[in-house]
Design a binder for this molecule. Structure first.
Ligand code: FMN
Length: 170
């Protein structure tokens, strides 16, 4: 398996997927990677909804304007924050974002591909996901990750810009 640096530097958003299903064992590994993320006060305020039902995946494309790849993806995982689990208020977005990136990197390292589909703070997407996935009020969907075996290849990006780095002072 690729090392952490290689996974970070070669991960790209994958939006085309083969129809091959992702095994439950791999799904568990993705969720485990997500749950090992750092979180404020170690509160781990996340929940994950594993969506394989074709009808639900198709429904999400109707309430999210940039999620058409879910029509082909065999799997999606909605990453949600439990605002009642926070002791340090307001950090749930960062906590769940850290979990999301862990999940995306793990997917890439395991030979899968994925793309982050933003939900919160777009209220209409949050409301749509609540309805489709029966998410309770105190739980906020941050994003949906479309996942599958990649049917496209993308070269690594070039994003190292030294001018963004400041030493000691701005
Ligand atoms: C908060 C967030 C929301 C995003 N929402 C979408 C989305 O709705 N649809 C989509 O196709 N990609 C979405 N993306 C993926 C970005 O477009 C992608 O990460 C970016 O273009 C960089 O490309 P890369 O992931 O291949 O490195 C989102 C990414 C982030 C971090």
């Amino acid at each position: 398996m690729m090392d952490a640096m290689e996974a970070i530097l070669t991960r790209r958003s994958i939006r085309k997927f083969k129809s091959q299903v992702v095994s439950d064992d791999l799904i568990t590994q993705l969720l485990k990677a997500a749950m090992y993320a750092p979180s404020a006060g170690n509160q781990q305020p996340w929940h994950f909804i594993v969506v394989k039902d074709r009808a639900f995946l198709d429904e999400i494309t109707k309430i999210h304007p940039y999620a058409q790849m879910l029509n082909e993806a065999p799997l999606a995982i909605a990453i949600c924050g439990d605002i009642e689990k926070q002791i340090h208020e307001g950090y749930w977005v960062q906590d769940c974002s850290a979990a999301t990136e862990n999940l995306l990197l793990a997917a890439h390292a395991l030979g899968l591909g994925g793309v982050w589909l933003g939900a919160h703070p777009r209220e209409e997407r949050v409301a749509g996901l609540r309805k489709i996935l029966h998410i309770p009020d105190k739980i906020i969907p941050l994003c949906v990750i479309a996942i599958g075996y990649p049917a496209e290849e993308k070269p690594p990006a070039e994003r190292f810009f030294p001018e963004r780095i400041h030493h000691d002072k701005w």
